[in-house]
Design a protein around this ligand. Sequence first.
Ligand code: 4AD
Length: 465
Amino acid sequence: MAQAPVADIFAGKYSVGQQVTVKGWVRTRRDSKAGLSFIALHDGSCFDPIQVIALNTLNNYTDIQRLTTSCSIIATGVLKESQGQGQSLEIEASEVEVVGWVENPDTYPMAPKRHSLEYLREHAHLRPRTNVIGAVTRVRNCLSQAIHRFFHENGYCWVSTPILTASDTEGAGEMFRVSTLDMMNVPTTEQGQVDFSQDFFGKETFLTVSGQLNGETYATAMSKIYTFGPTFRAENSNTSRHLAEFWMIEPEVAFADLSDIAQLSEDLLKYVFKAVLAERADDMAFFAQRINKEAISRLEKVIEQDFVRMDYTDAIEILQNCGKKFEFPVSWGVDLSSEHERYLAEEHVGAPIIMQNYPKDIKAFYMRINDDNKTVAAMDVLAPGIGEIIGGSQREERLDVFDRRLAEMGLNQEDYSWYRDLRRYGTVPHSGFGLGFERLVAYVTGMQNVRDVIAFPRTPGNANY
Ligand code: 4AD
């Protein structure tokens, strides 16, 4: 018999009295004095497990009584309305096949109690079986589907930009080198430097930090594109907001300026918040109950309000006059640190902020210089509780201005020859941003650490599994 996903059963796709087969893992099991075994079975398709009732008349009832958490089973039986509290439907089993036993239940690491998130990280291969990581995984999936849907409905083309690259998009030097050179016998040039011309690609190559520059080449032909892929940063930041490998969504739009892209960021976020509230009500209820009691209400509120737009220069003034002591002092020209971002988004505004027009000296080479010649047309979206979730800008499309900026920053024109070509052949104002996917998932769920919203977190000193 075909497998009925538990989510479909709860969604009413099967009627009471119908025979169904469910396949999954035991969450808990208890026996009743009346000779029944109650098995809570989960299959990952929704938050709630379904109750399978096994009667002692089943010929393998002694096996059923030995079932412990995480044993895998296939159960077939009739769907019934449940008498149990908080449950709508249950299955009265006519057959329970044990597919896989748990070797030694006493030492099984995911015993059915509340484990700390740190403990779960140490068992990243088993943690998807827990309530919390199951819920995160479904919400993450829902968000990624909603993001693709949003762009698809709005006429964007999904472009897969390369993971192996020679460009340092952000110019921050935080790249992982990729090489096939023999580390014990590295070829060197006459000047004693590593000779990358003998490497696989004939030049020094890295894992990408952002697909943006490649994305720009397609936006200036296809008009509206986005990327959705893994990106890598070798920054030694051991914080709850940083991963060495994270996923980024990068729309890029031709004939768009900073305010267009700011509006796009607001529309995209509201769209995906609505989707998650509608499609993952079960998981969001869990997050509201266990992780952050405002997990649902704050998204509902954000959907209703306009995001606040604020200039960097005004933000500095607010921070300087707010009377709060910050660890990192505030003055015009400094990069906002997470304590500043959090103060502004959480305490000052209480909602997401679109911060705009940052000093050019703290931003990347490709951002468009404003008329004041001091700031660039950059924008970040700062969310309460997590800080920056989006970073973007209008790109410098004027070749002469771009070349001056390269020179100012000590960068080589030849290294950007194909990027300069976009400014030489039918240049056009264009803008885009990068949405950090794990920060988005953390914001939506209320999870405090991005390590708990990605399947296998990569952080300094940790590439396990
Ligand atoms: O601000 P960032 O560095 O911007 C870019 O990479 C641009 N090229 C994007 C663009 O305009 N197309 O990164 C964008 C977002 C940040 O706002 C943050 O959410 C996330 O990526 N991010 C990280 N997330 C997790 N771990 C890290 N180490 C991250 N670094 C950036």
